[in-house]
Design a protein around this ligand. Structure first.
Ligand SMILES: [Fe+2]
Ligand SMILES: [Fe+2]
Length: 366
């Protein structure tokens, strides 16, 4: 059953990667190849995959513990009107890869294949399985392109591509399971123009890292990733001359920059189907633990949501770590020391403590 889970996870990741990039992307090829290899090892005569009452069932055994991968696969199948897929002995790599592309693209009909039969379910079964090992080759740095595409699609006139967002965050989760060292997942800024996307990606990675070490799982871990990825979205509504200005900013320019919290919250609050954490975090990530910071919220009382406190720490860490026109970059130990200094005032002390401990541990392991 472990191999079945490995196949489903790889298969789903290939679908996610294919819809995030394109079917021609090297990782899609690689993941499809891996999925094909596992699948051919599994098939005796046929491998029967069904969706029955919200569960994935393979060769009449329910497969549990696939988390978001399982949920996503079922969602994808449902969109295509599929509740049963049979993979037959002799299936070729090209067939599987083509099928992955069919499922990944919402507008593309599922073709007919000699060794893949699709349709509706006709049986009912039982049985329990637990535990899963996720094994995938995507890392956060590869996600930056996806984040860039997502960010470029944002404007007051267009809805946010929430599906693309879902795929990015799912891939982060996959990367975490695979990569023990958090530092390998956060990317250096290669150019000023890339800062927005790199920063968004890093803050999402760091926030999910904190959340996971604090015991957040599944939906909540996913939602904090989404919220962190979008925390600075409001900056897209601020003039570039101010955002990228090399010298120091005057008061008026600072006030303009501070507005990104309100712009972001306003934009995100209007998006259907987005986690409510996203506008909350966009609004509050520059508030401080002690109620200072901005924006001034009057009746709100200045209390930050716990998730905003997590994102505030990631934001501080990545901003200092990255080279910006107006800052030098800092060493990790220096940043953690600074954070500890501000614990209780700027940051939640419990979170600072957790971050420092988890990060130091990850550094040692990496
Ligand atoms: Fe910000
Ligand atoms: Fe930020």
């Amino acid at each position: 059953m472990e191999e079945t889970k490995r196949f489903l996870t790889t298969f789903m990741t290939a679908i996610s990667t294919c819809s995030l990039y394109s079917r021609a992307h090297a990782s899609v090829e690689e993941l499809a190849r891996k999925a094909h290899e596992i699948l051919t090892g599994l098939i005796k005569e046929r491998l029967e995959l069904m969706v029955l009452e919200g569960e994935l069932v393979v060769n009449r055994n329910p497969v549990r513990g696939l988390g978001l991968h399982g949920a996503n696969l079922m969602k994808r199948f449902k969109r295509k009107g599929l509740s049963r897929v049979d993979f037959l002995k002799g299936i070729t790599f090209i067939e599987l890869k083509q099928f992955i592309a069919d499922i990944a693209d919402p507008d593309r009909p599922v073709m007919t294949y000699p060794h893949i039969k699709t349709g509706a379910v006709d049986v009912r079964v039982g049985g329990i399985m637990t535990g899963v090992e996720i094994d995938v080759d995507s890392v956060a740095s590869e996600q930056i392109e996806g984040v860039k595409r997502l960010y470029r699609g944002i404007s007051s006139f267009k809805p946010l591509d929430t599906r693309g967002l879902e795929e990015i965050v799912l891939n982060f989760i996959v990367s975490f399971k695979k990569e023990a060292s958090i530092l390998k997942l956060i990317s250096p800024v290669s150019a000023y123009s890339e800062y927005t996307y790199t920063h968004a990606t890093n803050v999402a990675v760091l926030s999910m890292f904190q959340a996971e070490t604090l015991g957040f799982r599944d939906e909540l871990l996913h939602d904090i990733g989404v919220a962190a990825l979008l925390h600075d979205v409001g900056k897209l509504f601020i003039p570039r001359e101010i955002l990228e200005k090399k010298g120091s900013l005057d008061e008026e320019e600072w006030n303009e920059i501070k507005m990104h919290t309100l712009h972001g919250a306003r934009y995100l609050a209007k998006i259907d189907g987005l986690t409510p954490l996203a506008p909350v975090v966009a609004l509050e990530h520059h508030l401080r633990y002690d109620g200072e910071g901005y924006p001034e919220l009057g009746s709100h009382n200045g209390r930050q949501h716990f998730c905003s406190q997590i994102v505030a720490i990631s934001d501080f860490f990545d901003a200092l770590r990255s080279k910006r026109p107006y800052k030098r970059d800092w060493q990790i130990e220096e940043i953690i020391a600074l954070m500890k200094n501000s614990a209780g005032r700027e940051f939640n002390p419990v979170l600072v403590d957790n971050f420092s401990r988890a990060f130091t541990l990850a550094l040692k392991q990496g």
